[in-house]
Design a protein around this ligand. Sequence first.
Ligand code: CA
Ligand code: CA
Ligand code: CA
Length: 357
Amino acid sequence: MAALKKVLIAATVAALAAFFGHAFLKINRLSLASREMPVKHLKCHYLPNIEYGAEDITVLRDGLAFLSTGLHDYLEMPSFSNEPGKMYVLDLLHPKPTPVELEIKGELDLSSFNPHGISVYTDEADDSIYLFVVNHPQRKSQVEIFRFVWENTLVHLKTVTHPLLHSVNDIVAVGPEHFYATNDRYFHNAAPQVLTVVLSLPWCNVVYYSPEEVREVAGGIQSANGINISPDKRYIYVSDVLDHEVDVFERLDGEQLVYVKSVAVGRLCNNIEVDHVTGDVWLGCHPDGTKLSKFDPEEPPGSEIIKIKSIISDQPVVTLEYGDDGHELMGSSVAVPYEGKLLIGTIFHKALYCSLK
Ligand SMILES: [Ca+2]
Ligand SMILES: [Ca+2]
Ligand SMILES: [Ca+2]
């Protein structure tokens, strides 16, 4: 009996060791640990006033950009400040664009404001501008809808919560109260969530929200992060960050999404912006996920910006537009092109304003 017990214990220990060994290798592979990254610099300077990240940035056709800053206490990501987050606006047509803090009016609790993914919607009927912001007060997920009032005010209109919007990373607005949202994890507890990662379970999804209905419209994603829409509003792009690809969906009547294809990007890409004029897809990416989550100032996480040209065609062209080993910019999460300029935001570091010419 004692011998059998010994054998069973030995077998269990061996199985656990094999599993953890496999898990370790798998996580290293998914996070592209120790990947050699190419360096490509642009002529850039830091944006004033942004010290604790601008996780997401988006721009209107007229050059007005919105920034969500100060994301903290989110998953395993580092952050240098636990202060409430802030929203900024920046005019890219100004010769020296400077972010200006937006004053938030209304009922929203600003002491727990923790803004993450953002999206803007312009109502063509009256030119109203609605800003949608993913917010994580007390680690929860909700979407705040604001109306932008020229020139630096946000009026809070509504907080959206729903059981299907449980771990929202980013959103793309398609109406004044209508949006698609990505969930970046399936479980909230770390242990089962790590298991879904190790086993590559594609259990993340995209949810459509309107005041009339809320439902899952796409699944089969390992970790759904950034989301955006083509200029003709026909295609939805989702960054599957752990799968190192961008998933393309076609939007059909009744807000159904049909999977079209995936485009490999070779990095862990975060948020997506689409050039209003060319339709090119720009991604803020992480060269090495391990360096990002284990943050060590001696070996900082780098930044990579990727552009995808002709994403719908049979031959999309993926190019590196900016690459840094973390000594200039750490943890790039978004890149916004506008008339030869490029804004780059990060999860917890600074933001860059660069020239593409
Ligand atoms: Ca966004
Ligand atoms: Ca995928
Ligand atoms: Ca994101």
